[in-house]
Design a binder for this molecule. Sequence first.
Ligand SMILES: Cc1cc2nc3c(=O)[nH]c(=O)nc-3n(C[C@H](O)[C@H](O)[C@H](O)COP(=O)(O)O)c2cc1C
Length: 267
Amino acid sequence: MSERLRPGEAPLDAHGLPTSETIALLHRRVSVRSYTDDPVDDAHVEAVLRAAFRAPTSSNIQAYSVVVVRDRETLARLAPVTGNQQHVADAPVFLAFCADMRRMEHAITGLGSDLEDNNLEMGLVTSIDAALVGMSASLAAESLGLAGVMIGAVRNDARATAEILGLPRRVYVVFGMVLGWPADVPAQKPRMPYASMVHVERFGRHPDGATMEGALARYDRELAEHYRGQGRPTADDSWSAETAKKFSVRPRQKLREQLAGRGFDFG
Ligand SMILES: Cc1cc2nc3c(=O)[nH]c(=O)nc-3n(C[C@H](O)[C@H](O)[C@H](O)COP(=O)(O)O)c2cc1C
């Protein structure tokens, strides 16, 4: 374990940029959907979650809970909610990262107030808290040699997911995560060009004059090449075509209503 480094002390990577084990881990990461039969024991799950719970949390509210699921029957019920994702049904372990307003509610009702008409900000901060814990858990898991994939498809039916996991009101699953010991590790998906994602001082001033349109055209070609290399057919304008197709019809139209039913108004 490295001590806290001072300026200039970090080793440099091949591009002359400061690097570290964590940065190298991030550069290696990829979603993995195929696992060996080796179990993920309780000690690994606890180590991952204890580390993840050190994530920053808005106003220290710690508005998250994690349901750890191993039961085959529960997973068999969850998989259809996710569109029958096989890696959910076969998950060595499934972690459900929940936004949880119950502790806040407990504190608030002590003051004679309540959480009725909780607003958009409360929905966001609790969901962001859960997401930060989820990403931290993912990194902690990968640092131990585990691998996995986040499962947003639990929100296909937030009500059913809540029922299957026995969630009380004021709790919903932001996303799940399958973790296991990796069997097949796919090639990394390329990311959009760095310069097109970064703006210097003001939005739109990219480091090397990159434009969004130019970057997208380049990325469409790179992603198409990547998918074809994986034997997956795709359009020439791969990312643009798939994104347009997926989001031209608004996804999960019942979600607001379903989350309101869970006690998250997002109002
Ligand atoms: C919040 C969230 C939800 C996701 N939901 C799913 C999912 O339901 N099923 C799945 O197979 N992958 C899911 N993914 C994984 C993404 O598809 C994946 O991260 C993306 O395609 C980029 O690939 P990479 O992680 O291998 O770089 C999800 C990722 C995130 C961040």
